[in-house]
Design a protein around this ligand. Structure first.
Ligand code: NI
Length: 187
């Protein structure tokens, strides 16, 4: 089932998520729904806050960008309670977008190399080093679990320049090809 994507301005996107335990009710169905929602909106990743849930869950399918970024080939991941450790290496600046910020993209500087420990959909432990664009996708999605968005990483000047666009998203004045949920109106 396809779920609406919560847009910028919704308070759920700013909350720090809670860890998930194996007794989570309807977990498998939730993961299926997250993948459907992500595929239908043509994203390569989706974090639980983006469907209004305050839990540490991310789905990623980076395969669609494999032609530009070979490290993404065949990488379909379910991340439960992921923990990221930054490894040595340079920061790289690249364009990012987000399903919760339709119509926007900005250059974001991120470290290249990370190590991540996480649980998969069967609650089995994983520990792997990631690099390149796959590392970027993971960092972007895991930011969501900390209530962070990619625009938190851009300069004040850039943020000022896109302010009217951000306000339009908050005000619900934005067109979207996928079902969305706007921020609650302020009274
Ligand atoms: Ni995002």
């Amino acid at each position: 089932m396809r779920l609406p994507v919560y847009l910028y301005g919704h308070p759920v996107l700013r909350k720090i998520t809670a860890p998930v335990t194996p007794d989570y009710e309807g977990f498998k169905e939730l993961i299926d729904n997250m993948f459907s929602t992500m595929y239908d909106s043509e994203g390569v990743g989706l974090a639980a806050p983006q469907i209004g849930l305050g839990h540490s869950i991310v789905v990623i399918d980076a395969d669609p960008v494999k032609d530009s970024f070979p490290e993404c080939a065949g990488r379909r991941l379910v991340l439960v309670n992921p923990e990221i450790e930054v490894l040595d290496g340079e920061a790289v600046s690249r364009e990012e977008g987000c399903l919760s910020l339709p119509g926007l993209s900005e250059k974001v500087s991120r470290v290249e190399n990370i190590r991540m420990r996480w649980l998969d959909e069967n609650f089995e432990e994983h520990d792997e080093v990631f690099t390149g664009f796959l590392s970027r996708i993971i960092q972007h999605e895991c930011d969501h679990l900390q209530g962070k968005l990619y625009i938190d990483h851009i300069s004040m000047i850039r943020k000022q320049l896109i302010k009217s666009k951000l306000n339009n998203i908050i005000a619900g004045k934005v067109r979207c090809d996928y079902p969305v949920k706007y921020a609650p109106k302020k009274r």
